[in-house]
Design a protein around this ligand. Structure first.
Ligand SMILES: NC(=O)c1ccc[n+]([C@@H]2O[C@H](COP(=O)([O-])OP(=O)(O)OC[C@H]3O[C@@H](n4cnc5c(N)ncnc54)[C@H](OP(=O)(O)O)[C@@H]3O)[C@@H](O)[C@H]2O)c1
Ligand SMILES: Nc1nc(=O)c(N)c(NC[C@H](O)[C@H](O)[C@H](O)COP(=O)(O)O)[nH]1
Length: 225
């Protein structure tokens, strides 16, 4: 599976405010670039923290791109994938609507009644259980790949992105750096979690492009084919 991470940060590396309120960092051109990335993906992954904070849809906004996917025998929208160890996704979450399939990655600690409620709430929900307390991403990704997800776009947030790097699962990273400062020692950053002390992942910078009022930095993770 090819795993591509994309996010937008302020110049000071923040994903949103300390209250985890969504900030529109990208401009129209960058959101269109993200839409292209979604259209090229089989699945779009976020952590439950992003679902709770933003209630995202994660679908392809451009009708032309959805039509193009259908013409190529693919679903109009890529599947939504949520990393949610204890099934905290609200039953009225937008990612459960019928615009696309939804994969819920949970751990063995997820309460059965919550899982039943989520399966009922969504029209096309598949639950993948991997890990005792927290989602074991590598195992869950192997299951997703067996179900046909070959290209996964991860859109955050910071806790999940750190775990993806920590598990050695990232192939590509693209970051839109918007010309704003958000600040805040408790505001989420591109990669939170425990943080690396040794063996800090190294990236190859493959492209720098001015987009909207900011720049897009494109990286390949060193050592990835
Ligand atoms: N600017 C951008 O591009 C962008 C993109 C995305 C999000 N955001 C912002 O970022 C904030 C959300 O970020 P966040 O870091 O709080 O949440 P997050 O990364 O979206 O979700 C983190 C949660 O995912 C669950 N999870 C399950 N398995 C995991 C694993 N193996 N590793 C890590 N997490 C796992 C954990 O909850 P459980 O233990 O309960 O499973 C964890 O608390 C929001 O404010 C949102 O607006 C911004
Ligand atoms: N690329 C990007 N630029 C931003 O300025 C920003 N705030 C996000 N945030 C990512 C987060 O995952 C959002 O929740 C989804 O971008 C919402 O996705 P929808 O429009 O609902 O499909 N992403």
């Amino acid at each position: 599976m090819e795993v591509v991470v994309n996010a937008a940060t302020s110049v000071d590396g923040k994903l949103s405010t300390r209250e985890r309120r969504q900030v529109r960092i990208s401009g129209d051109a960058d959101f269109d670039r993200v839409d292209r990335l979604r259209a090229a993906a089989d699945g779009v992954l976020v952590g439950v923290g992003t679902v709770l904070a933003d209630d995202p849809h994660l679908g392809v906004k451009s009708e032309d791109r959805r039509v193009e996917r259908l013409r190529n025998g693919r679903s109009a929208n890529p599947a939504r994938v949520v990393a949610d160890s204890r099934a905290r996704t609200p039953t009225d979450a937008t990612v459960l609507d019928d615009d696309a399939a939804t994969y819920l990655l949970v751990s063995e600690a997820a309460p059965t009644d919550r899982l039943d409620a989520l399966r009922e709430a969504g029209t096309d929900v598949t639950v993948i259980t991997a890990g005792a307390e927290r989602v074991d991403l590598a195992t869950a990704f192997a299951r997703l790949e067996a179900m046909g997800v070959d290209r996964l776009l991860a859109e955050g947030g910071g806790e999940l992105i750190f775990s993806l790097f920590d598990a050695g699962l990232v192939d590509e990273l693209s970051v839109f750096v918007g010309s704003i400062v958000i600040g805040g020692r408790d505001a989420p950053t591109l990669a939170d979690g425990e943080g690396f002390v040794e063996a800090v992942p190294a990236l190859d910078l493959v492209d720098v492009e001015r987009v909207d009022d900011g720049v897009v930095l494109q990286y390949r993770v060193e050592g990835r084919p």
